[in-house]
Structures are given as C-alpha cells and as structure tokens.
Design a binder for this molecule. Sequence first.
Ligand code: GDP
Ligand code: MG
Length: 431
Amino acid sequence: ALDALKDVVRKIARSSSIDKHLVDEVVKDIQRALIRADVNVKQVKEITDAIKKRALSDEPLKSLNPREHIIKIVYEELLKGVGEGLEIPLEKARIMLVGLQGSGKTTTTAKLAKYFKDRGMKTAVIAADTWRPAAYDQLKQLAESIGVGFYGEKGEKDAVKIVKKGLEELKDYDMIIIDTAGRHALEDELIKEMVEIEKVAKPDYKFLVLDAAIGQLASKQAQAFHDAIGIDGIIITKFDGTAKGGGALSAARQIQIPIAFIGSGERVDDLDRFDPAGFISRLLGMGDIKALLEKIERITQEEELDPEKFLKGEFTLKDVYKQIEAMNKMGPIRKIFEMLPLGMSVKVDDDALEMTQEKMKRFRVIMDSMTEEELLNPKIIDGSRIKRIAIGSGTSPQEVKELLKYYNTMKSLMKRMKKGRLPMKGLKMGF
Ligand code: GDP
Ligand code: MG
C-alpha cells in the first residue's frame, strides 16, 4: 500500500501544470495509500492537510519548478509523520528486547548482535526466554553462526537468574543483547518477569519488537508495553511481508517513541537502522527523488540564511538582505520573536521591526547601492557614505539611516537571543 506513494510522485512529475485540481488529486491518492497501509486516520489527516495547505500557499524556492516544489512538500510532510530515528552510539551497552510471542525477538536479537559485531563491538547475547522450549537452541545456533558470545541455561526456568549469571559471565563484552519471553498477550506474569529482568539487567535500551503485520493494533500494544516498563525504541519486524506497515510506523509516532531498526527478512542481515530521510526517499522512489533532494540541499545552502551564523551575532547587512527575502516566505520577524519561549521573549518597543512590502523593496534598493565592504561591515557607514548611498539608490539619507537602525535593532536582538540559548531546532526551518 505504501508503494502507491511512488505512483503519486510520478503523477506529479508527469503533470503538465500544478493547480488546485492536481493538488486535490495528489492529496486523495496519498490519503488512500496511507489509510491502506494502516496509518492512523488522524495522522493521515494531519499529513495530508499540511500538504494541501502548503502546496497551495508556500512560496517555492526560486530554483525549483512547481512539480519539484510539490514533491518536496510531500517528502517533508511524510518525513514529519514518521518522526526521528534513534541513533545508538557504538559504546558499551545492554539492550533488552521485549514483545509478544512470534513478533521476531529471537531473530532480531541475532540480527542486532550481527549489526554491532559488524561495527567492531565485542557482542554477546543472553537467552532469557524460558517459556518456549526451543528458544534456547534457536538463539544458541544463531549466535554460533554469527560468531558472537552466548549465555543460556537449558532447562532453567528462572529467567531472572539466567540474566544475572549471564551478565557476570559476559562482563568482558561491550554489547549485550537480552532475548526475553513473549506471550500471546501482555499477561500479568509476563509483565512481572519483564520488570524483574529489567531491574537486574539495567538495560541502556529497552526495545519493543513489533510485528508490522499487526497494523493498527500496534499502537495499543506499544502503549501497553511502554506503560509496563518504559520503551526506548521500537523495532518493526516483517516489514517485507505486509502492506500494513504504516500501522507500526504511526504507532511509534503516536506514543512518541523513536523507531530504531526495521527488519525486512528472515536472514540475520535483514535489519536496517531506521533512517527517516532514507526511508521516506525509498517510499517515494529513490531514483525519482534523490536528485531533487540534492538540489534542494544545494539551494537551501545558497539561498537561505545560515541560522548558526545568524544567531552568533555575526550579523551583517548581507544577512538582512537574505532575511528580507526569507521574510517574504515566513511572515513578519515580530511574529517569530513572539514564538520564542516565555522568559526569553524580547520586547520590541518601537516600530523599527515593522516591515511593509514597500519598505522591504526600498531597503533592498539601498543595499544594492552599497559596497561589499559596507554590507559586511556596516559600522564603517558614516555620514558621507550615507549620502553617497542615498544618491546612488535614489533614496534619502533618512531612509538609509532607517535601514541602519533596523540592522542594529536586529543585531542586538540576535545577541540577546543567543544569550538566552535559543532552541535552534525550532527556528531552523524559517531562516
Ligand atoms: P519471537 O517469538 O518473538 O522470538 O519470534 P522469532 O524471532 O522466533 O520469529 C518468529 C518468526 O518470524 C520466525 O519464523 C522468523 O524467521 C520470522 N521473522 C522475524 N523477523 C522477520 C522479518 O523481519 N521478516 C520476515 N519475513 N520474517 C521474520
Ligand atoms: Mg523467541
């Protein structure tokens, strides 16, 4: 079902013009694809509403054609829909896997062990599923075939004891992955055992293993496990065999737990770290969208303001220029300051920041008459330079001074924001 998203991209790419009709059609296609893939209905609505709204109102980046513009919006909104991935640093750690029976825990334990071994970590697994008789042999065999450490006790019924001893035996290993028992549902007994293992193992990561085929049910299941022991990340398995994978993806988003890995086959190599951007690109058809993404990356670097620099207060008139361009897209700067967290908000007590379209144009004309040196270092602009610039741009010295005042106000605001440790992330999009 998610495969249908590739067709949507192709449809956009082949369209002769982008109008409301096409946008409506595209939004419907995306809705259908997501719903069929079992993505939560409310989320589908959020994603497609956002696409529709932006498609009809966002100002396109200059160097993108209208088709590319729409594809970019689709890509960005879907990306928002899956949330962030979870990066696991290659450091000494313990991982505990939980999930229902048959979800793929034991297989995933082995896959993860291979993943970390391949990245140079001394890795071992602990077989703590004492409920399923074959579980010990299954994991032991897998561990041997991959060449990682193994601890288990055949016939021992006390999983907590196994974990305790296993951790002692395996203390020289960097990465230890604990496979636990699953049941058909989250029964009291399973919860109790899980909680006890957790206490003993003190895992750095508790991963919930979710079978992609359960679709919409994923969110209830994930929530239940999360309530019981607190989940750090989700591993979605069997993504290869189902059209309902959207259910697990959207469950992760709903309960705000990152997706760490995706399993897409029975072999120990069939595990990928969940990389949201790569994942969405593939859904939309890598070949079709890769070049576009590279182009956007390039343009964004050229066209947009560098937020890091912007906030460091190394703020020149050149930045004002870019900022004025950016403002066309994002609305008055005053609004942006109003969105800052409380306590950090800056009081803008005069109308120095009020920018009309007319004024923006005048400012640009004025800046066009400045030298590179003046743009980069506005301090040097003295009375005689002001006169020269005013004459050159067909404006008045008064207006040039007004621009300089605007620049100075912005600059001091930037400084104050910097002191307040502005959450860069939130602002990044705009500038
Ligand atoms: P557990 O009961 O949670 O330990 O589940 P298992 O690890 O024993 O896996 C149950 C079944 O699912 C096995 O037949 C696995 O081969 C299969 N399986 C696990 N992960 C995947 C996957 O990503 N793709 C496919 N196609 N099968 C998988
Ligand atoms: Mg198992």
